[in-house]
Ligand binder design. Structure first.
Ligand code: HPA
Length: 281
């Protein structure tokens, strides 16, 4: 079955189980799954039950699709995402975003935990992603292009929607939550970086580094879904003297979880801005 048919088949399976038709989807990153508790759940479907979905393996990733109300607004949330380092093909990593398009999603809000490589960052800080550098070894759009999904050579000049970036900055300022705006470097993992690698990613223009998000953003932009993404800085990689003695998955999850209330507040505000644009200043 071709990708287009697979995404349609998966979407119609989901639509038979769920009556909600949200416009906004949220991807909950490592340690950020608590946002799911704020959703008034209407339906939940474990990934394992969804045709053509890969199966999530990593600790800290719940592995289910949630439909419900967040702040009274319909959302689709991915509790747990797929990573390239898990062994999934790059096409399956981004397949849920394909399905979102078939479900009618217009806006994708992504969160992740990332290593900070900008000098004034601290663990627990938020970074609004304004751009990325894709250093993953495979590209999700490699291969024949299906024109029904999007163009052969998608524009990436404004992959991260400037309007959402502005709304996000306003929301955080209103709540006096400090934040950075910066460039996310997408790597394969699963190792965290060596000191020299963190320094290299800083030197090429990165502000944070992580193992997710980039394939999802590329596929979303291919299909003209508007994108917003935020990183929680869960460890510091550069400057080298600020680097942690040891970086572990457990500490990344714990540090991301501690900052989770800020991410929740931000995502709720952005969802409001989609459904009720008049509420924004
Ligand atoms: N490097 C790569 N991925 C990450 C990191 C990091 O330091 N922290 C959280 N995800």
């Amino acid at each position: 079955m071709e990708l287009f048919e697979r995404m349609q088949a998966t979407a119609s399976f989901i639509q038979k189980r769920v009556s909600y038709r949200p416009k906004v989807a949220v991807v909950l990153g490592s340690g950020l799954g608590n946002l799911a508790n704020e959703i008034d759940i209407h339906a939940e479907i474990p990934y394992a039950e969804i045709p053509h979905f890969p199966v999530a393996t990593v600790k800290g990733h719940g592995g289910k699709l949630l439909f419900g109300l967040l702040n009274g607004q319909e959302v689709l949330a991915m509790s747990g995402r797929f990573h390239y380092y898990e062994g999934h093909s790059i096409e399956s990593v981004s397949f849920p975003v394909r399905v979102m398009k078939a479900l009618g999603i217009e806006v994708l809000l992504l969160s992740n935990a990332a290593g900070g490589i900008k000098p004034d960052m601290k663990v627990g800080d938020l970074m609004l992603i304004k751009d990325h550098i894709n250093l993953q070894p495979e590209h999700p759009l490699r291969g024949l292009n299906d024109e029904r999904l999007g163009p052969r050579f998608p524009d990436m000049t404004q992959a991260y929607d400037p309007i959402f970036l502005q709304h996000a900055a306003e929301i955080l300022q209103q709540h006096k939550i400090p934040f950075h705006t910066g460039v996310y470097v997408g790597v394969q993992g699963p190792t965290f970086e060596t000191p020299s690698e963190y320094k290299f990613f800083h030197l090429i223009g990165g502000d944070a580094v992580g193992m997710s998000t980039v394939p999802e953003v590329i596929v979303a932009r291919h299909m003209d879904i508007r994108v917003f993404a935020v990183s929680v800085i869960s460890d510091i990689g550069y400057p080298t003297e600020m680097m942690e003695e040891k970086i572990s998955h457990e500490s990344v999850l714990a540090m991301a979880a501690a900052a989770e209330p800020h991410v929740t507040l931000l995502i709720k505000g952005l969802i409001d801005s989609v459904y009720q644009p008049a509420n924004l200043s």
